[in-house]
Design a binder for this molecule. Sequence first.
Ligand code: C2E
Ligand code: MG
Ligand code: MG
Length: 280
Amino acid sequence: LSRAAVPRLRLAPDTEPGTLPPDGHPLARALDQLIARREFDVHFQPIVDSAQVRVLGFEALVRPPSTSPLASPPVLFQVAAELGRLVELERHVVRRIIRKFVDLQLPGRVFINVSADTLISTRHRHPLSLPELARCGLPADDIVVELTETRAVLDEEALATVVASLRASGLSFALDDLGQGFASLKRWLDLRPDFVKIDRHFVDGVARDPLRRQFVRSILEMAHSSGAAVIAEGLEQADDWRVLRDLGTSLFQGYLFARPSPSPRTDLLLDALARLSRSE
Ligand code: C2E
Ligand code: MG
Ligand code: MG
């Protein structure tokens, strides 16, 4: 299900999150059950450094049951936001991600998608606070928070404050889906992320499209000036990889290297990466 299909699921137009009557609606019931029984899994997709043939880390991606009407992650988070349950859901998801990442003993860092709403919420103990992380045995500098969003942030100042304080405690930040929706240049300027992730739309087909190449060149230049590392997302084609590499990108995530998996095999991944580099 594409991101573009998500708005059609809005339960009611022009409604603020949390103001809908949650009772009885089938999606509300499905969400209730998913949260109450923690009925979701987490998969991990590697982010590789193809120049150095190493794994930078893994992005954690939630996987609801395939039979649920909320099986698509974007739909799940959109519906949770509509029903005012996004922060609650994300707290459970973040906890599960951290526990599973520690259990799997994966190398590198874990990239965790978190909405601005959850970051600025003071309703509960913060799932990324140092005591919470210490309890799970994960050092703060193993974590990269990917700022993802389902709606415009209302309080930009609060967001900048929280980002600064989490960063002071050792976490890194990534601006997700650069070039899409809310991942704006203003956000980049205000938050000075450690990583920017170029949205798949700009990556896919870059080998055949001079304008895409020019966009990527400009992003790399801005990233260089601001001290951010660039990750190209959604890489599927080897010819796109070659073009991006020649432009100066070395961090990649996409099906070309590996799909998200419940228990990734780093050894196989590194073999594939070495073969690709040698094939040049
Ligand atoms: P995202 O954070 O941009 O995640 C990348 C999405 O691209 C994932 O979809 C991933 O499976 C997919 N992808 C990776 N490589 C390729 C590729 O080569 N080709 C194609 N076509 N797709 C690729 P997924 O898992 O369906 O997640 C979609 C979105 O849902 C995520 O976009 C993120 O915004 C949200 N999401 C997923 N898990 C979480 C989570 O735990 N918390 C939050 N807040 N949002 C999440
Ligand atoms: Mg992401
Ligand atoms: Mg993304």
